[in-house]
Structure formats: structure tokens, C-alpha cells
Design a protein around this ligand. Structure first.
Ligand SMILES: [Zn+2]
Length: 464
């Protein structure tokens, strides 16, 4: 009893530490026009942590008026360079010191900048593809921008620790003369042309403002929904089923009201979903938007995608992942959660079909095991590696250690505080070691799955 009390207390402490990490504060004013495609921002970023080496990311479509000191009496000279880790959405800014050879970071900066973006409201002249998560998209009636990837607001990035400060506390005013609803992650949607939005909880400031309707149904927000209220009820029920399932299994509550935003792309054919907690965005034209969840042929098949996005609350939002294994961990664990939720709420045959599909997809692949990954390029085919290979390995490990230990491992990954800020292979192995407390079992898993060039064959064998 003493020991389990100790572990309980430890978990409580790490949960508190997690909650207390102080995030930067963003204040100021944003002026938008969804018809003109314009965005004009005057923002102060303060409580900036004393990072050693950094960039501040701001979208490439934004023209800087200035970066100024907090007291507002002089401008800084700044360095600007290009960035291409995702798809080059942002320029990188930093303030050089007097020698020009090193960077300085102050606890606060004022930014003023504006941008004008193409408004693409119909399909006549739209490209076939060419919309993506990191795009600031004006589709004629709304603007959609995630936070981290678009960098529509200044996002600090700590180079040394591979850590992005896109989750910020905020206190901002948004004005949009041609909007009827203004929404930023972490606040409720506001009806009107001006909104004062504030969040003391750090959030990635995903923005969705425009001339659209919203509904709140059974505790879930729906922005611009394209299905009936009756169907939204089903949607809400599915959401809360998945949330409760994850909360129970992982022992960590969802803190926010989930918001679904539904919108059209600025291209003809793009249709996809992304998550920027607590918002889940569905993007598509015609039947390819949120209506896909209700089509007879596709509905069952689509629910696991929703379960996957909800899984990112834990693997991606609650816990951020970085380093060369970060992408794998964020996606493979969310996909694993989705598989478990699918099995719990729908049929076993669906679970088996999804498993079989992953095995099929990997038939020509020779994946490098987790323990030998040196950089993201070692994934070779990212899609196959993170969504198919990774989850299969996790499912095989579950068969080795049992469901209960598996959930305990996931919990450890989410709450364990380690000295290094890197969620690299050492972190992955350490979390499993802490969970199993069984060296023999750990060695066996390392040999079969983490280090073996036959890890995929071993996983398939185990899952037979
Ligand atoms: Zn994902």
C-alpha cells in the first residue's frame, strides 16, 4: 500500500508540474477581413523564457512593420531567414546582439505586421490541390489558420531543446467587419464583429473566423456544421464516448470542450482533417466534409479517424514530442488509441480489418526499427512508418506485456518528467523500463521490436 501511495503521489506531483509550466503571454489586437483576405496584427509577446538559441516564426505572407521593445520606444534590428522544416510557411526572426554574432532574447517584444492573402471562394479558378494545414486559408466566407504551422502569430522556437512555444496564454481583441463569428482555440466562439478573447490556459491559437453559423450540442461546439442537429447529437455522443474511454484508460481528464470546425478548402479537391487542440477541423467540398461521417459506405470507416484525432489530445497536445522519434510517437500512439477505441465501441472485425490493412500496406517495406532511427528521413515512407508500422509494433508489444501494462506504459509516457527534454529513443525505452520493472521482459522487447531488423516480421508473427 505504501508503495502505491508513493507512486500515486508521484503522479500527482508530475501532473502539477505539467500544469504549472509557464507559457508565454500574447496580448494585442488583430484586424481581419475575410472578403479582402487581410490580417493586421499588433501583438506583444511577453513572459518569453530565457532560451539560449531561438527563432521566432512568423508566416511568410506577413510583412513586418517592426519588432519593438516592450516599453515601446525603439525598434530592434532583426535577422530574418528562411525555414523549411514543414513546407516553408514561416520566416525565422531573431534579434542579434551588439556584435551581430550572437542572438539576444528579451522577456518581451512588440510585433506589428500585416498580410494580404488570396481569397479563393469558388472552384472555377482554384487549383486541384494546394491547401494544407499550415496554410492561412481565406475561402470567401472565412479564414482558417492553425497556430504552430502557419505562424500567424509569433511562435518562439527553442533550437537547442527542439521545443516550440506555440501554446500561449492570450488576451487579444479580434476585429472583423465581415464576420459573424470569431473563434480562437481556448475560448468559446463569439457572435459578432469584435471579440475580446482571453485564455489563462496555454493554447495553440488556431483561428477560424467568418460569416458562418455555430451550434453547441450536448457539450460539443460545432462551427459551420453541414449536417442536421440530430446528426450533431450522434457526433457529440461519439466524441464523448471516445473521450471517456481514453480518460478511463489513461487516468488523465480532457480539460477542454471539443470544438469541431467544418469548412471548405481553397482548392478543388483537398479533403482532410487536422487537430489543433481543442479544435478538430474537417475540410472538404460537398460530401467530403463532415458529412462523410454519416454516409452509409464511409461512416464506419471514418470513425477511427476521429478517434485518432481525439487521441492527439494526449499524444501531441498534453505531451509534446520532439527529436527524430517524436513524429512516430505522436502518430503511432494516437493510431494505437484509435484502434483500441474502435475495438471497444464497434466490432472486433473492424479492429481485425484495420490490422490486416496495415499488414497489407507494409508488404513491401523493410522498416528500420525505432532504436536505429537517426533522423526523420530514416522513416523512408513517413505515411507507412508512422501510421502503419508504428501501431503494429505497439499492438505486438501489447500482446507481449498485456493490456493493463500497455495502458500503464502509455500513462508513463504522458507524465514521466525526465531531465532531457527530448522524446528520443532513450526516452521511449526508459518509459517502458519504468513501467515494466522487469529487465528480462524489457530485453526481450528490445531484441524483438526496438533493435531488430526483423521487427516487422516479429510483430506480424506475434499478431497472428
Ligand atoms: Zn495524427
Amino acid at each position: 500500500m505504501g508503495r502505491s501511495f508513493f507512486i500515486g503521489a508521484l503522479i500527482l506531483i508530475v501532473n502539477l508540474l505539467h500544469a504549472q509550466e509557464k507559457a508565454p503571454l500574447l496580448k494585442g489586437k488583430v484586424v481581419l477581413s475575410v472578403k479582402q483576405g487581410t490580417m493586421d496584427c499588433d501583438l506583444v509577446l511577453s513572459d518569453i523564457p530565457a532560451v539560449k538559441d531561438y527563432y521566432i516564426q512568423i508566416n511568410t505572407g506577413m510583412n513586418l512593420r517592426y519588432i519593438r521593445n516592450f516599453e515601446n520606444d525603439y525598434n530592434y534590428n532583426y535577422d530574418k531567414s528562411y525555414y523549411d522544416t514543414i513546407s516553408g510557411e514561416s520566416f525565422l526572426y531573431s534579434i542579434p546582439d551588439n556584435t551581430g554574432r550572437a542572438k539576444v532574447v528579451r522577456s518581451a517584444y512588440r510585433f506589428s505586421y500585416c498580410g494580404k492573402f488570396p481569397v479563393i471562394g469558388d472552384t472555377l479558378t482554384a487549383s486541384d490541390a494546394g491547401d494544407w494545414k499550415g496554410n492561412i486559408a481565406f475561402n470567401g466566407y472565412s479564414v482558417r489558420a492553425d497556430g504552430r504551422q502557419t505562424g500567424w502569430y509569433p511562435v518562439l522556437y527553442d533550437i537547442k531543446n527542439d521545443k516550440s512555444y506555440h501554446d500561449v496564454r492570450y488576451d487579444i481583441t479580434v476585429e472583423c467587419s465581415d464576420c459573424s463569428v470569431i473563434y480562437v482555440n481556448g475560448s468559446d466562439p463569439v457572435q459578432g464583429k469584435t471579440a475580446h478573447l482571453k485564455s489563462d490556459e496555454p493554447k495553440e491559437m488556431m483561428l477560424f473566423a467568418g460569416d458562418y453559423k455555430f451550434e453547441q450540442v450536448d457539450g460539443t461546439n460545432f462551427l459551420n456544421p453541414s449536417v442536421s442537429t440530430e446528426q450533431l447529437k450522434q457526433f457529440s455522443k461519439m466524441t464523448s464516448d471516445f473521450k471517456k474511454f481514453y480518460e478511463k484508460k489513461l487516468g488523465i481528464p480532457y480539460k477542454s470542450t471539443i470544438t469541431y470546425a467544418n469548412t471548405t478548402p481553397i482548392s478543388k479537391n483537398n479533403a482532410w482533417m487536422f487537430v489543433s487542440y481543442p479544435t478538430i477541423v474537417t475540410i472538404g467540398r460537398g460530401d467530403y466534409d463532415m458529412k462523410s461521417f454519416f454516409s452509409k459506405e464511409q461512416g464506419d470507416w471514418f470513425r477511427p479517424f476521429m478517434a485518432h484525432e481525439l487521441g492527439h489530445y494526449y499524444f501531441g497536445h498534453y505531451k509534446h514530442f520532439n527529436s527524430e522519434l517524436g513524429d512516430l510517437m505522436g502518430e503511432a500512439f494516437s493510431e494505437y488509441l484509435s484502434m483500441k477505441a474502435t475495438a471497444a465501441f464497434y466490432t472486433d472485425s473492424m479492429y481485425k480489418a484495420k490490422t490486416q490493412e496495415k499488414i497489407e500496406n507494409l508488404k513491401d517495406m523493410q522498416p528500420i526499427p525505432f532504436g536505429k532511427i537517426k533522423s526523420n528521413s530514416d522513416y523512408k515512407d513517413r505515411e507507412l512508418y508512422v501510421y502503419h508500422y508504428g501501431p503494429l509494433v505497439l499492438m505486438a508489444i501489447e500482446k507481449e506485456i498485456g493490456q493493463e501494462k500497455m495502458w500503464a506504459w502509455l500513462h508513463t509516457i504522458l507524465v514521466l518528467q525526465v531531465e532531457s527534454e527530448f522524446t528520443d529513443y532513450n526516452f521511449l525505452e526508459r518509459t517502458l523500463a519504468v513501467t515494466l520493472k522487469n529487465d528480462r521482459q524489457l530485453q526481450a522487447i528490445k531484441e524483438r521490436y526496438f533493435m531488430s531488423d526483423s521487427s516487422l516480421a516479429n510483430a506480424k508473427e506475434k499478431l497472428k
